[in-house]
Write a protein that binds this ligand. Structure first.
Ligand code: ADP
Ligand code: ASP
Ligand code: MG
Length: 404
């Protein structure tokens, strides 16, 4: 008997009619004789509404209580969907994250899944029930409800698929696949028939919101057969797998972008070996994700290090730097907000050394200033003003031959 995991995002379960549609679609799979697990997000913009609600109570609400609040969104959807199955004559049971055995680390708002105790789901599936699981949530070892970070329902689905040894994991959403760039912002974005785990992981990490990065990580590490497809039609989606046949022989396979980036620059009067380690250890202890790091030490200027973070972490970063100024031993720090990161991704880049130069030239022609750069074997990212983000993404998408 095959096991399938199907995940439906917020837009796909936004109304009672859509929830009934999801149930009908899942019943088609059940009637093929499969064991079916459905993972769902909160309805429509529920998570945003809950965030705003907390904001009206407190400017800095407790992260634990935020998890408690946000997890309610998904709980609404699972119960309604299980009711929909019953009204359509099928046995189904809903499960919150903890009921489904999803154990996470104790990091509120951004927890990683550590283990999944699948016994209960296995039993229920073997008894012929459809399992409806709340995405985006789990429980830590001491019983606190945790959430997995925005977009984390994808990760619930893929992690469950891995734990149950599922034959396929399908992510149903409001686009019909993974495109060369976000089709809402980049004209000429093309749907990809296939993409490799590595390229998808880079795109997801670099801001392509169509999949949660940790979902791709789980899929890659456990070789989960993963696809992204439309919840509103039956057209085939995009398959994410290890080895792919490339449709066009392009060096760049996709363009991703992310707004809301801030740059922090810290300078010291005189260098000492501990500077870098001290700064980044302190930030890591406070769960502040640092992205691009540029250190510059020359004889003429005081040493400095610049790094990029998400704008939403800026206040906490400032607080940590100030609190540990003595220990970190810096003399001045400055900040720039209103930035974004635009990246090109493609495994063909490894063997093509001129790609970065080409990228800078395309941006120069557009008059877009490059503030920071970071490269890896299969991607190049630049930090540019947020007001130029869309223009940069479109120009790179066209110039690297990705447009239709
Ligand atoms: P869901 O609620 O179903 O999880 P998301 O909003 O999280 O849906 O993800 C789907 C959205 O991802 C699309 O509407 C699209 O705007 C965006 N997106 C960003 N990059 C890409 C890409 N490369 N390909 C497809 N969609 C993308
Ligand atoms: N409801 C959560 C969010 O909006 C999780 C998800 O949709 O994947 O981020
Ligand atoms: Mg999503």
């Amino acid at each position: 008997m095959k096991t399938v995991v199907m995940k439906f995002g917020g837009t796909s379960v936004a109304t009672p009619e859509k929830i009934i549609g999801v149930a009908k679609r899942a019943i088609r799979e059940k009637e093929k004789g499969h064991r079916v697990v459905i993972v769902v997000s909160a309805m429509g913009k529920t998570t945003d509404t809950l965030l705003a609600l907390a904001g009206e109570i407190s400017a800095e609400p407790s992260k634990r209580e935020m998890d408690m609040l946000l997890a309610t969104g998904e709980q609404v959807t699972i119960s309604l969907l299980a009711m929909a199955f019953k009204s359509l004559g099928h046995e189904a049971l809903s499960f919150t994250g903890w009921q489904a055995g999803i154990e996470t680390e104790s990091v509120p708002r951004n927890a990683r899944i550590e283990t999944i105790h699948t016994e209960r789901l296995e039993r229920v599936l073997d008894n012929g029930f459809i399992c409806v699981v709340a995405g985006f949530q789990g429980v830590d070892r001491i019983g606190n409800i945790t959430t997995l970070g925005r977009g984390g329902s994808d990760t619930t689905a893929v992690a469950l698929a891995a734990a149950l040894g599922a034959d396929k994991c399908e992510i149903y959403t409001d686009v019909d696949g993974v495109y060369t760039s976000d089709p809402r912002s980049v004209t000429g974005a093309r749907k990809l028939e296939q993409i490799s785990y590595d390229e998808m992981l880079e795109l997801a990490n670099l801001g392509a919101g169509v999949l949660h990065p940790r979902a791709v990580e789980f899929a890659k590490n456990n070789k989960v057969p993963l696809s992204v497809r439309a919840s509103y039609s039956d057209v085939p989606g995009t398959i994410i797998q290890e080895v792919i046949t490339v449709e066009k022989n392009l060096i760049v396979r996709g363009v991703a972008f992310e707004p809301g980036i801030a740059r922090v620059t810290v300078s010291y009067k005189k260098p000492f070996n501990g500077s870098l380690a001290n700064i980044f250890t302190k930030l890591a202890e406070h769960h502040i994700d640092v992205d691009i790091i540029v250190q510059s030490i020359t004889d003429e200027f005081p040493p400095s290090v610049s790094f990029s973070i998400k704008e939403e972490s800026l206040e906490e970063t400032k607080r940590v730097l100030n609190e540990f100024q003595e220990n970190i031993r810096f003399s001045a720090a400055n900040y720039e907000v209103g930035l974004s990161k635009v990246s090109i991704v493609g495994s063909g880049m490894v063997s093509n050394p001129g790609v970065a130069a080409q990228m800078f030239d395309i941006l120069r022609v557009q008059g877009i200033p490059v503030k920071m750069v970071s490269t890896s074997e299969i991607k190049i990212s630049v930090v540019v003003p947020e007001t130029d983000m869309q223009a940069a993404a479109n120009a790179l998408h066209d110039a690297f031959g990705l447009s239709e």
